[in-house]
Unconditional design. Structure first.
Lengths: 629, 252
């Protein structure tokens, strides 16, 4: 009983720190409609800067002031950094499609990662304990740290302050108004720029405060950013995007669930021990899935107001121009003769790029014609990889079986996850795909008995006939080209048209007898199957599989390829995959700071080509022709 | 048997009773206009007929079978076409492809993953577009059409499943006066030829009185009058509603 109480208090403390980060994200989204991936980076920076400041100030022997002052100053500094990012980057792309804004913020994530590594180094940094809070208090015979007690208070306190800020000040009223209907607020003559910039300050400040307050609880490390951003997304979506109260409620729900999960006893499933208490990551995502299906806009959220400025009209998909067809044949011919000209290293690079082209094509299938952006496409890539690897590892199956099992497993999960996802749309759908991807990742990471956990599964090589780099290259070439062509064919077939119909006008589509949800569900599954095939190919190519195959950065890679190429064209994502993988490959070889350069390139590309590379080329191409688009 | 028979239809939104017990019927080959001032409940009524909204009470029967609460796509499958107040077309497709989609769906060919869609039912689509006068523009993108042309495309789409009933919510909204009359004349011609029953709402009284066989008048969710155009024009209650609300009959 006492133990349960302490566990409950632990949950409350975790909820507070989760809430600080999530509230900032939620406020930023509510007003600017930007899904800010960089929010996790601000959290991490908050912790690092606070680490430096508290040590620095403490050295001057300021005691209390050094610690609390350090954390506050760090939060202000990072808040100002958020302002700089908003002014220099985001302000230029508010009119761009929302996924491009997401890309840009991911560029910031990469830059911050390398900058942090460069400034503070790779080793974990141990923060100072809070002065005057080093002890523990006695709760019904159990010892409970004083600092945790403080955190429990800070969460509701910040919630109360935010409530006052939003309900008792003119600025707060404007923020609430902009959350409901920002075009109307602009029409009433409110300076949008100032409002957006100040919102970014507040959001980044809260993130950094959350990071700084973690100092006494856990070491400061480099993977804090992506670890927290997934949790924060979940909290924001469960609570309702833009709702601060909802964020607290959701943080409470998830943190308590995680705290009490530790008591679920192990059980056996198909002869393998399943330890729920070790899979701490799963419950939050399950909560999210359930909440979103019951309340699609989150616990306290409401449906987004209609944007009056209509988004860019999707261009008509016409038959492939003859020139492009010949270009395609030429590229294929080049790929067929490639092994005669390049060595093993070249073939390895080419094989990897081919696999990524298939990933990009499968993601584009659901994103482009389907209008369903996925933040978690790596889930199906990873499932395909594990499906194949488990076959070979545990059942000694030949490669052909593995290559079939991968897409099958991915497809089955596509059916399962897709059923939930297609009931939502837009950012909510994307968030749910991310949540499911995190479930897959955490199963792979935490179910050590089956998947080997972090160490992965090693030694999964192709059958003896396909061990040669050139043979495996040709196998990959054949399967990937076939996959891309089948997907392309489907886009031009009635099924692909029905999919586009559901994207263009769900109202009209339903009114002519199209079951939009079912069509999207089928497309979701198709995309999962082909991503799974790519994953299976990747396993035998690398000889191993790791949880990272299903991680957020992999999902973002796939998004990046599609968006860089241009989601509105069918060929674009293929080009995007080649360019992105090529860039990636070259940068990793050339420089230690490849993340920084890659992040900067992504930002530059977003600013230069908001339509993607292929979209840009199509525009140039059509300029010469008097045809109406 | 009436093509469409509506019995005691009711719908409330919070405390507002948008539709409060409306009953009427549409016969084959008849053009029935539903009129009424803003907020009378016309669009709510329409959305319940087509399945976009579920009525609180009452029933909707199509050719004698109950269709209350069916999804829009199920209602469509039975043979009911629909056009929207604000046009809803597929902007990323050509005019022809928009009509072809309806044809593909009607012939249950949507689950095909292989054959190129543009080549399927192109001739049938062209024939339909010929009838609404849009065949010359069939290769243009729907996203770039003039509003009046979009309305014609919607009409062709609505005719694609050979409906026995056509529901048109403000078919001429947003069009120039001359275009309005032309579009409704076209609709009347096409539907009378095929014996299609038409129920439409309309604000333009010129269009209503020129084309409708019968008129029903809604006010505050209730049916206050019905009859031939002449009868409705003479109705004291209708005059009160319209003159009282500041709307005028005819005249541009």
């Amino acid at each position: 009983m006492d133990f349960l109480l302490v566990q409950f208090l632990n949950g409350l403390a975790s909820a507070s720190s989760l809430f600080l980060v999530a509230s900032g994200l939620s406020i930023i989204f509510g007003v600017s409609r930007i899904v800010n991936f960089a929010h996790g980076s601000f959290y991490m920076l908050g912790a690092y800067v606070a680490w430096t400041l508290t040590r620095g100030l403490d050295w001057v022997a300021f005691g209390h002031l050094g610690f609390w002052g350090g954390i506050l100053i760090a939060a202000v500094v990072v808040g100002l950094l958020g302002v700089i990012v908003e002014i220099l980057l985001l302000r230029r792309i508010y009119q761009a499609p929302e996924l491009f804004q997401l890309l840009a913020t991911f560029g910031v994530v990469l830059i911050v990662q390398d900058a942090t590594l460069w400034i503070w180094g790779a080793q974990d940094l141990l923060g100072p304990r809070a002065p005057g809070m080093r002890g523990a208090i006695d709760i019904m015979g159990q010892r409970f740290p004083q600092y945790e007690m403080l955190l429990i208070v800070i969460g509701p306190a910040v919630l109360g302050l935010l409530w006052l800020l939003f309900h008792r000040t003119r600025w707060g009223t404007l923020v609430r108004a902009a959350t409901l209907d920002r075009e109307m607020v602009a029409a009433l003559g409110v300076d949008q720029k100032l409002l957006f910039t100040s919102i970014f300050f507040l959001g980044s400040f809260l993130a950094a405060l959350g990071g700084g307050l973690q100092l006494p609880r856990e070491p400061v490390q480099l993977n804090m950013d992506l670890a927290i951003i997934a949790d924060a997304f979940v909290v924001v979506v469960v609570g309702g995007m833009g709702s601060v109260g909802g964020a607290y409620l959701a943080a409470l729900l998830i943190a308590e669930l995680q705290a009490f999960m530790l008591f679920v006893p192990d059980f056996a499933l198909f002869g393998v021990t399943v330890s729920i208490s070790k899979m701490t990551l799963i419950p939050s995502f399950l909560v999210m899935a359930v909440v979103l299906v019951v309340r699609p806009y989150g616990l306290l959220g409401r449906p987004p107001s209609h944007a009056r400025i209509a988004g860019a009209v999707e261009p008509v998909v016409r038959a492939t121009p003859a020139e492009l067809k010949w270009l395609g044949y030429a590229a294929l011919a080049l790929l067929v003769v490639l092994p005669f000209f390049v060595g093993d290293y070249g073939l390895i690079v080419a094989t990897e790029i081919l696999i990524m082209v298939l990933v990009a094509a499968s993601l584009h299938f659901m994103m482009g014609p389907g209008g369903m952006a996925s933040f978690g496409h790596a889930a199906y890539f990873g499932l395909g990889a594990y499906g194949a690897a488990l076959m070979t590892k545990h059942l000694m199956a030949p490669m052909a079986v593995g290559l079939a099992a991968g897409p099958l497993l991915a497809g089955l999960f596509g059916i399962l996850f897709g059923w939930f996802c297609v009931r939502l749309s837009g950012v909510y759908l994307a968030m749910l795909t991310l949540a499911f991807a995190q479930i897959v990742w955490s199963i792979a990471f935490q179910w050590v008995a089956m998947t080997g956990g972090d160490n992965g599964l090693l030694g999964i090589w192709p059958d003896s006939w396909a061990t040669g780099k050139d043979v495996y290259y040709y196998l990959t070439l054949a399967l990937c080209v076939a996959g891309v062509l089948v997907l392309r064919r489907m886009i031009y077939a009635p099924f692909g048209y029905a999919l586009r119909a559901g994207r263009d006008s769900p109202l009209r589509a339903e009114a002519i007898g199209i079951d939009v949800v079912r069509v999207q569900w089928a497309a979701f599954t198709v995309a999962a199957v082909f991503a799974g095939l790519a994953g299976a190919l990747f396993v035998y190519f690398k000889g191993s599989v790791f949880p990272t195959y299903a991680s957020i950065p992999k999902s973002v890679d796939a998004l990046m390829m599609v968006l860089m190429g241009g989601v509105q064209t069918i060929t674009g994502p293929l080009i995007g995959a080649v360019v992105y993988m090529g860039l990636h490959e070259q940068l990793v070889r050339l420089t230690e700071l490849w993340r920084l350069v890659l992040g900067a390139s992504i930002i530059a590309l977003v600013l230069a080509f908001p339509q993607g590379i292929a979209g840009f080329v199509v525009r140039l191409w059509l300029k010469g022709k008097a045809e109406d688009l | 048997m009436s093509v469409l028979a509506v019995q005691g239809l009711q719908k409330s939104f919070g405390g507002v009773q948008a539709v409060a017990g409306v009953s009427f019927a549409v016969e084959a080959g008849e053009l029935l206009a539903m009129i009424g001032p803003n907020g009378a409940g016309k669009t709510t009524c329409f959305n319940m007929l087509m399945g976009q909204l579920r009525p609180d009470a009452g029933s909707v029967a199509f050719e004698g079978s109950d269709i209350t609460g069916l999804a829009p796509r199920q209602v469509w499958r039975l043979g009911v076409g629909r056009t929207f107040q604000i046009t809803a077309t597929f902007a990323s497709m050509t005019v022809s492809e928009n009509v072809q989609m309806a044809l593909l769906s009607h012939h249950r060919k949507l689950a095909s993953f292989w054959a190129p869609a543009t080549s399927l039912y192109a001739d049938e689509a062209a024939a339909l577009l010929q009838q609404v006068g849009m065949v010359d523009q069939r290769q243009r993108a729907c996203g770039v059409l003039a509003y009046g042309d979009l309305k014609r495309v919607e009409l062709a789409v609505a005719l694609a499943n050979q409906p026995r009933l056509l529901l048109m919510d403000e078919p001429t909204a947003g069009m120039a006066p001359r275009e309005r009359v032309a579009l409704m004349e076209l609709t009347a011609k096409l539907t009378r030829d095929r014996g299609i029953a038409v129920l439409f709402t309309e604000h333009d009284m010129d269009v209503v009185f020129a084309q409708a066989d019968r008129i029903i008048v809604l006010n505050r969710g209730r049916l206050i009058a019905q009859g031939t155009p002449a009868e409705v024009r003479a109705d004291k209650g209708v005059q009160d509603v319209y003159l009282g609300s500041g709307s005028t009959f005819g005249g541009h």
